[in-house]
Design a protein around this ligand. Structure first.
Ligand code: HEC
Length: 102
């Protein structure tokens, strides 16, 4: 019984942890870090948004709109150039990662 509980906890942890690591890895790999800064806390210029702690649903929608061109205001064009690098699934992971940064 005790053994089963330990096993269940290990399985739960192995599912939960890669999800966070994936979002973080994507954030570095897909060039996001270049403009939005380390840990999404210090953007390249003061005109670029700080993303750490942003609401996941909102961030996901903004990324999709910038990718599709529906959002083309402000400096969105700067980011549109890299959005072909990320799929809808990756955008979801990224949004989740950003929302979880404290
Ligand atoms: C070339 C610079 C650049 C890169 C690379 C970039 N972004 Fe952006 N991003 C911006 C700018 C600039 C804005 C704000 C656009 C505006 O002024 O409306 C923005 C906006 C956003 C927003 C919406 C913020 C809000 O509060 O509305 C999110 C979320 C976001 N970026 C995530 C990402 C992710 C994730 C990546 C990597 C896949 C990425 N960005 C790559 C420059 C960049």
């Amino acid at each position: 019984m005790k053994y089963q509980m330990i096993l269940a906890a290990a399985v739960a942890a192995s599912f939960a942890m890669p999800a966070l690591a994936d979002g973080k890895a994507l954030y570095m790999e897909k060039t996001c870090i270049a403009c939005h800064g380390k840990d999404a806390k210090k953007p390249l210029t003061p005109e670029y948004p700080r993303l750490a702690g942003q609401n996941a649903k909102y961030a996901e929608k903004q990324m999709q709109d910038i990718k599709s061109g529906a959002r083309a205001n402000g400096n969105a064009a700067a980011m549109k150039g890299v959005m072909h690098l990320v799929s809808d699934e990756e955008i979801k992971e990224l949004a989740k990662y950003l929302s979880e940064i404290k």
